[in-house]
Design a protein around this ligand. Structure first.
Ligand SMILES: NC(=O)c1ccc[n+]([C@@H]2O[C@H](COP(=O)([O-])OP(=O)(O)OC[C@H]3O[C@@H](n4cnc5c(N)ncnc54)[C@H](O)[C@@H]3O)[C@@H](O)[C@H]2O)c1
Length: 324
């Protein structure tokens, strides 16, 4: 196989991001597009000369697809992954892959049972500076870790309602939690507190405005994540700060870093198109039948999902410790 036949479920905002990549990747062939909103499915189909659908079951039954991209809102994962796996498709699922851990474990197990390639939309793992930063941290005695992320409200209708998005941490700051896991390993317990009421006057808005979570890592490191969504302009996608016995590292989610070791300062900025590389890695993994090419397989992403769902459970229960 040198071209991957792809179907999309969900043709909204993030699908447009993938579509831009598909147009650049000769190995990608978008042959079917599905959205509950017919105009969206049709516009995407016209763009690629694909077949439009409004019901994903019909698309999966009628089309011969190698891979399916699932780009629906977090509350809309109603079995589409399981059906696609059953039909023999490889899967790219956008984060957060669902709001139900039971469902996530079922998808993980079905992927393993059928030996399908998977990827999740944690494209920040492909930022080219991240492995260097990880290499600097590895083997060091890490003393203190924190990350701050403050943004605004995404304008999609579902984002403001917790039952659809999962809340700010689950939908948005999940990227920062995922990078924390990538850099520091597994988290064994979380506890956090959140507040509401900073944002006002937004219809149906019921997510947390701001939160701080303490994480205990298996390595013994203790870290914190402070985040919110009350700043209309936002302040980037998050700044990480690590203090080790050797020095200090600052890293932003976009990949710029600064290491200070005594009088030595090392700085770097990424130059790669990491979103494109994330899609290309998934397609290469299918062509070469090598799951190892994907930085964020579904099974690994489940652990990040479990972490943010655990953090949110802790807020909801008034700051209790949640063991993962
Ligand atoms: N990786 C990233 O950086 C990133 C960025 C933005 C969004 N996302 C994630 O992508 C997902 C989608 O977000 P979005 O901004 O594209 O939302 P969106 O509302 O713009 O698009 C979602 C689309 O899915 C369609 N849909 C829902 N259920 C469907 C179904 N059963 N069958 C067919 N179509 C269906 C909707 O009609 C809609 O067009 C979310 O989980 C979000 O968190 C990830």
């Amino acid at each position: 196989m040198d071209k991957v036949r792809i179907g999309f479920i969900g043709c909204g905002g993030i699908a447009q991001y993938h579509f831009g990549h598909m147009e650049k990747l000769a190995k990608a062939r978008v042959v079917a597009t599905c959205d509950k909103i017919p105009e969206r499915a049709q516009a995407a189909a016209t763009r690629f000369g694909a077949k439009p659908y409004t019901v994903y079951a019909e698309m999966l039954e009628r089309e011969k697809l190698d891979a399916v991209y699932v780009c629906v809102e977090p509350s809309a994962h109603d079995g589409m992954e399981l059906m696609a796996i059953e039909r023999g498709c490889h899967l790219f699922v956008q984060k957060p892959m669902t709001l139900s851990m039971d469902y996530a474990w079922r998808v993980r197990d079905a992927l393993a049972a059928k030996g399908r390639i998977s990827a999740v939309g944690f494209q920040c793992r492909y930022v080219e500076t991240l492995p260097r930063v990880k290499a600097w941290l590895q083997g060091q005695q890490i003393g203190m870790v924190s990350c701050f992320r403050l943004g605004g409200l995404p304008m999609v209708w579902w984002w403001r309602e917790r039952r659809h998005s999962g809340g700010q941490v689950i939908e948005q700051t999940i990227h920062n939690y995922d990078v924390m896991r990538y850099l520091l390993g597994e988290v064994t317990a979380v506890c956090g507190m959140s507040r509401e009421g900073v944002v006002s006057g937004v219809d149906r808005y019921d997510t947390e405005d701001a939160s701080t979570v303490v994480m205990h890592f298996a390595s013994g490191v203790v870290g914190s994540m402070t985040t919110g969504c009350f700043s209309p302009g936002g302040f980037g996608n998050g700044d990480f700060l690590f203090y080790t016995r050797k020095g200090r590292l600052t890293y932003d989610l976009g990949g710029s870093f600064r290491i200070q070791e005594g009088k030595l300062t090392i700085e770097g900025k990424p130059g790669n198109d990491y979103g494109l590389e994330s899609d290309e890695a998934f397609l290469d993994a299918i062509i070469e039948n090598d799951q190892g090419l994907v930085m964020s397989p579904y099974a690994d992403a489940c652990k990040t999902l479990q972490l943010v769902i655990g953090a949110t459970e802790s807020f909801r229960k008034g700051g209790v410790l949640v063991k993962l």
